[in-house]
Design a protein around this ligand. Sequence first.
Ligand code: ATP
Ligand code: MG
Length: 324
Amino acid sequence: MSFDHVGQAGEPILAVSGLEKSYGDKIALNGIDVEARPGQVVALLGPNGAGKTTFASIVAGLVKPDAGTVLVGGVDALRHPHSVRPLIGLAPQTTGVYEVLTVRENLTFFGELAGIRGATLRQRIDDVSASLLLEDLSSRPCQQLSGGEKRRVHMAVALMGRPRLLLLDEPTVGADILTRTALLEVVTQLAGEGTAVVYSTHYLPEIESLNAFVVLLDHGNVIAQGPVQELVARHGLAALELRFDGPVPDLSLEGLSITRQGELIRIVTPDLALAAARVFEVLGGDAQRLRSLDVIHPSLESVFLALTGRRYDPDEEDQRVGPS
Ligand SMILES: Nc1ncnc2c1ncn2[C@@H]1O[C@H](COP(=O)(O)OP(=O)(O)OP(=O)(O)O)[C@@H](O)[C@H]1O
Ligand SMILES: [Mg+2]
């Protein structure tokens, strides 16, 4: 099968539609549509259990979906997984390198698996080692590396085959600032060269810095998608959150949208300063029971809040189950 047509301007490298997957009565993906075009960074964003890893695993051919289609380079990836495999690079959520092999031996091994040999292989190893700051570590066995160093090797492995579609599942978990910066720079550079990158994470600021096309996942559903700035402009209202010791006071502030949850009052407002001034005006003696005041600026976090009514909590566990 020929892939000469792959990556022509505007054609998606990845086109997923109606993707469904359940594990028993747990719905992991509830019929989602996602596309990634050459040069695009698509950020799959969502809290624990949202379905990010399930999505990457299905696209990479490791897990079978219950329904839906997955086209990679225009080819049906569910029916022809071997044909599309050379186009895909996957760095799974759990790091997987050969611990007893050195960094260079790992890169050589995975490069050979991707069908690269000789001078091309050596050049590729040098290139990915340089971009992921691995040059000084090349002769170290992986078992002697720190978590962040291992993350970089793990991502380097996924890059060895020069994939047209790169799937990175939480690539910066456990990474220090140096590793995180290097990883983000590599992602930006690869996208600049035309790679389509699907980048799953639950760190909102990271996505804001990547200026990605965001697919916001919650409980296996896409609740919003679009460029970061567009989503923030459309849904990202600012909010004030006040927590009290004891029952929340009965504030009535005309024109402001107020919700109460337990010991918490949330005020969604386009003008934080004015809302704060008005709140303190009417709080009176209750101000003494005020335990904390949080300001939520327009950002992906407030987009999530606006669309779900919940604060974004990357560690929340999905307790919901589907129909039995
Ligand atoms: N092999 C499995 N067996 C049973 N349930 C599973 C399996 N894999 C995933 N799930 C469930 O499917 C849902 C989606 O899981 P998934 O791993 O895709 O989420 P995620 O967005 O990657 O989360 P995290 O941020 O924690 O990595 C979760 O509720 C999870 O418990
Ligand atoms: Mg995951």
